[in-house]
Design a protein around this ligand. Sequence first.
Ligand SMILES: [Zn+2]
Length: 435
Amino acid sequence: MSDNSVPLSTSLEMNKLDDLKLLRLQEELKYVNAELVEQLARVVLDGLVKWSNTHIFSKLGGELTIEIPLGPPNAGVGYKSLEPLRPHMVIYLAMITDIYRDALAFPVVCRRLVDETETLEAFHQIPAWQGFPFAFKTAMPTLQAGHVHGDLSAFCEVMAEQHERQTESILDTNDVRCRFVMFELMLVWTFFHELGHVVQQHYRLRNKTDYLDAAETFLEFPEETPSTDQANAGSIGDAPPDLPAQARELMADGESIDLTLKYIHVTGRLCFPLLYLLYCSVGCMFQRFYQNYTENLNIVGRWHPHPALREEVSEAFLSDTIRDHLVATKKVPNDEASVMTVLYASIRANLLTGLFRAHRIEQRDDGDGLPSYMRLLTEEHRPGMLSYQDTLMPYIEAQMDEVRQWHLLPENRMDDWLEMLRRQQSQRIQSSAEP
Ligand SMILES: [Zn+2]
C-alpha cells in the first residue's frame, strides 16, 4: 500500500485497519527501490505483451502496448484504435510496488506463523491430511531454482545468497525463490485480468453514454477514491450497483485464472508448489482490494463485486481446472485424490493469506477470533455469498451470450467457467428444495 492508498481511519461499517500497522507499512515503503521493482516487473510484463501480440493482436493487424505510469495503485485498459484492435494497458507503478511488498513480506509472516504459533501444526492435525502426499509443514513449499522465471532466476539466486550470508536474516534461499514466484504470479494475474477485459471485448458491453470514448483508459478503480468522511457516513454503498459491470469483473477474473494456469503450464512449471503459490497470490490480490469494502456480503454500489465473492468464484474455477488436469493427465490415482489436492492447497492458502492480511493491516480487538476477511469465507456468510452470486448470474448469462460471439481467443475456457457456475447454482436449488 502506498501513501495514496491507505486510509488512516475507518468507520464501524468498514473492516477495521490498525493505524500502527499502517504507519509501519508507510515506513516499509521507504525501503522499496521502485526503480528495481519496475525493472523486475518489466521482465515479466514485456514477455506477456510479446506473447499477447504473437498469439492475438498481430493476427488481427493490431498491437497491445503497455505503460507503467506513476500515480495511485491502479490498472486499466483503453484503446489507441478499435480498428484494428490496438489496446493500451496501464499498470501503475504503485500497484506493482504494492504487489512486490506483499511478495516480500509473505514468506516472513508465514515463517513467524509457523515459529511463533500453533496454527499450522493444528491445521495438519486434521485427519483428512494424514498421509496426504503433498502436505508440507514448513512455512513455504520447496522450490528449485528452475521454478523462478527464467530471466529473473540469476538475480534471485544472487539475492538468496545474500540472505544466506546474513546471520540476522531469518530467510533462506527457498523463501527468496518464493518471493520471486509470488511477485511474478500476482503480476501475471493482474495482466491477464486486464487482458480478459480486452479479449472479451467488454467495451462493447459498457453503457455507451458513459464509455463512448474507447481511447479513454478504463481504470479498475475510480480515480477519486472515497474519502474517509464518505466512508464514515456509509455513503460508499449508496450509489446504485452496476450489476452488468460487476458480472464482467467476474468474467475477467475467470479469464485471468485460465490464462495464468496456461502460462504456468507453457513455462514448464505446473507442479504442486507453484499451484499452491498461485492460490496464495490470488488470495493476496483480492485481499488487497478489501480495505474499502464492508465486513458483510451485501451487494455494493460499485462496478467490482465484493472481493470475497471474486475470490470464491476465482478459486472455485482454479480448483475445477486443476482437478480436470490432474485426472486427464493421470497425475493422481482417482478423482478423490484430485479433490483432496485442491482442497489442501486452497484451504491452506486461505488460512495463511487471511492471517497474513490480519498481521499486516487489520485491527484485532479479539485476538482469538478469525480475521474479518476470513470470516466472510466461512459458513456464517455462505447465504450472503450465494445470494450475491445468484443476483449476478442473469447478467453473466446475458453477457456471456454476447462475448461468445466475439471472443478474441477461440481456445478460451469461459464456457467451462460458466458451466461451473450453473452447476453450483443448480446444486444449490436442489439442496434448498430437499426437505
Ligand atoms: Zn477489471
